[in-house]
Write a protein that binds this ligand. Sequence first.
Ligand code: BES
Ligand code: ZN
Length: 456
Amino acid sequence: MEKIISYLENNFDNSVKEFFEYLRIPSISTLDESKDDIRLCASYLQEKFKSIGFKHTEIIETEGHPIVYAESLEAPGKPTVLIYGHYDVQPVDPVELWDSPPFEPEIRNGKIYARGANDNKGQNFAHIKSLEAWNKIEGKFPLNIKLLIEGEEEIGSPNLEKFLHTNREKLACDAVLISDTSMYADGVPTINYGLRGLAYMEIEVTGPNRDLHSGSFGGAVANPVNELARMISKLQDERGRIQIPGFYDDVLPVTPAEKENMTSLDFSDEEYKKELDVKELFGEAGFTTLERLWARPTLDCNGIFGGFTGKGAKTVLPSKATAKISMRLVPNQDPKKIAQLFTDYVNKIAPDRVKVKVTDLHGGSPVVIPIESKAIGIASAALEKAFGKKVVYTREGGSIPIVVEFVRTLNAPAILMGFGLETDDIHSPNEHFRVNNLKMGMFSSAYFFDEFARNF
Ligand code: BES
Ligand code: ZN
């Protein structure tokens, strides 16, 4: 192991330069105009997989963006690990708030700034480099590896589920290793054992058949922006309780053991407020911040638009208004059922004076992973070797929709071993990844393969 770690250490500066090539490809999955860049990114990865020692690599077409896949099954008698990650990234807007261009990576204060630096290119690149080190030093990988990096995670993995179902044999493995989550705090090795699910909805409200002068018509006809705002205000009360009938029916309460774990993590509301520059926190009454983030469902308006949104003032009574609303879900809520409850409720509160259309954009199921498994024990041991510290177990407020499908379809445990920080501004301007966490990711990955090959 020492040789592998030294190799990673000695080549680290070059690895960072190489990482920048990956970051320069603007692989934004949600934008039609990024299609070619998505393909470029897939080819880049395929070449990379070849260069680190995979003889079998594929670009697998889907109805959307391609999956990049590689396998090395040359370790008979050894376990098989499937590594999952995503090469697609979120859009960059508002681009004017970036201190350096999102696809021109730059290091400032020990942090790599670029879209995808953390989510998820940096985290999957750590595994790529650790595999390369294994191959360079030992001439082979210590176990069987399947590597699957997809291009549609940020849009809800719409085509991956089908691929999993039709490729059970191909993807069969003893564990799925995923680095796409955060550490509890910098320098604290973390295994994440839960992700929230998601139901993402759009409400479109239409009033008059065209934009109108707000003086000539205002007061005589309903304004879709006003109506939409009124409807949104009925989705949640002032104590943070969601008002959709049946919304909480399937929510599993936080167990005493989990409560104890969360308390032991000594989270500071004061520091959290300071970091976010807010006077008060807000969430569902009766729960702590960690409970609200990890184990309670939420509803948030992600965007609202309609009418005039430019600089200055323009008097207009708009014809249309739209809101994008997400609900984060927890076990055992079902995204399809929640989407239906949402649609029914919005239609019920919609006034007759406007037309209201509700669309289910995408969803994903929540997941909780038992931490008592052998695979998680091995991952913890590897992290403790890399960091020289005890692992903590956390849940995550964010979602990775496909995780639950991996667990169900492949019947293998998922190991969520992330190296990001909640403060890395993923999805926001100035996304970054600490240089040192890229390195710790590489070390942890290298130790993990060793431990898993020997002990599983
Ligand atoms: N890497 C994130 C998941 C995550 C979020 C980890 C927050 C740690 C903190 C993942 O790429 C992501 O953003 N998922 C989306 C899924 C959605 C688009 C279906 C999310 O959570 O919004
Ligand atoms: Zn993301």
